[in-house]
Design a protein around this ligand. Structure first.
Ligand SMILES: [Fe+2]
Length: 351
């Protein structure tokens, strides 16, 4: 489960690697945290770590998209942004194609790289997470490889315009003033202008960059496009963008747990997002992912140890107090009432 670094305790075990500012693996999966390591993570500006707290029994199965592939994509976005849009188009295509390959192999697509990276890398890691989710949605919609490349490329580059927005606006902990918000909103246009320098980039990919904040009901920006005026590809990127943003800790607010993000996107169908697209993305989201700590309607606490795709609200749970395995698929009188909050998880780790 992902915990803010301030909640880490010596003895917790890393369930995913931690990546440094310069995209090197800082700590590998399986490392047992010590007080010294935890204080180093704070110094490195790492906000969140994915840890296993109780025993190896609770370790999530590892079927994630290769970290090398993801970090390579992060480097590419950074290189492109820092170079003002000048990067070899073939390099972008190859990177997106390697992500498509991993997704078609059935790798896990909702693990959040953005949460594992430092603040400085937020935009680049966010672009990669959104690209992965968008491609996975395209696969569910039966897009062919060419369409997946167009969708993946546009999604990978959707936020490149943020490089032109002042950092004090991007990272401001307080609410933006109306003027600052107007400047923030310009990143779609900035990105679209930058994308023109990538000569071979398709019109549809450029449109994703321009329209990824347009909303189905016309309340989005920069042009307030409505309904079918927004391409499905831009709409996919839009839902993936919102999902990744709300499930990531930021300086100005805490991440929403996956089950709340799920409800929020469900409620936004045909308002913020075209319903069909929102429902497609929801098929990718696991409200209670393996490794998460939950409370049950009988008052007991447990860790999710297995999940069936068709029954995402009724996973298999190992009860912490009794070590009993409960399959909610067969326990109709028992429901999950919520995820444990960070303080509760910390208490569990201390027991
Ligand atoms: Fe954006």
């Amino acid at each position: 489960m992902k915990l803010p670094v301030r909640y880490l305790l010596p003895g917790m075990v890393l369930a995913s690697p931690i990546i440094s500012n310069n995209k090197q693996l800082l700590l590998g999966k399986g490392v047992i945290l010590t007080a010294k390591i935890i204080s180093s993570l704070k110094k490195f500006g790492i906000l969140v770590a994915d840890v296993t707290i109780l025993s190896k029994d609770f370790e999530a199965p590892s079927n994630e998209i290769d970290y090398g592939v993801r970090l390579n994509a992060v480097s590419l976005v950074e290189e492109l942004v820092m170079g003002g849009g000048t990067v070899n188009y073939k390099k972008i295509l190859l990177t997106v194609d390697s992500i498509i390959g991993e997704i078609l192999e059935g790798k896990e697509v909702t693990s959040n790289l953005t949460n594992l990276c430092s603040v400085d890398m937020y935009t680049f890691a966010h672009c990669v997470d959104v690209c992965i989710l968008s491609i996975a949605a395209g696969v569910l919609l039966n897009y062919d490889r060419k369409k997946l490349l167009t969708l993946g490329t546009g999604s990978l580059l959707h936020d490149i315009g943020k490089i032109k927005v002042p950092l004090m606006i991007l990272n401001k902990p307080e609410k933006l003033t109306p003027e600052e918000f107007e400047e923030m909103k310009r990143h779609s246009d900035y990105g679209y202008e930058m994308s023109k320098a990538i000569y071979d980039l398709t019109v549809l990919s450029k449109e994703i960059i321009l329209n990824h904040h347009e909303k189905y009901d016309g309340s989005g920006y920069p042009r307030g496009l409505k309904g079918e005026k927004i391409s499905d590809m831009a709409a996919i990127c839009s839902v993936a963008d919102v999902y990744n943003a709300i499930t990531t800790d930021r300086i100005y607010r805490k991440a929403l747990p996956p089950h709340e993000a799920y409800e929020m996107i469900m409620a936004a169908g045909d308002l913020m997002f075209k319903n069909e697209i929102a429902l497609t993305l929801l098929k990718l989201i696991k409200p209670y992912p393996v490794g998460s700590a939950v409370t049950l309607s009988n008052g007991l606490k447990g860790i999710v140890i297995d999940l069936k795709e068709e029954l995402i609200f009724r996973p298999v749970i190992k009860i912490i107090e009794t070590k009993e395995i409960v399959d909610l698929k067969n326990q109709h009188n028992l429901v999950i009432t919520g995820l444990l909050n960070n303080e509760e998880v910390q208490k569990l780790a201390l027991n």
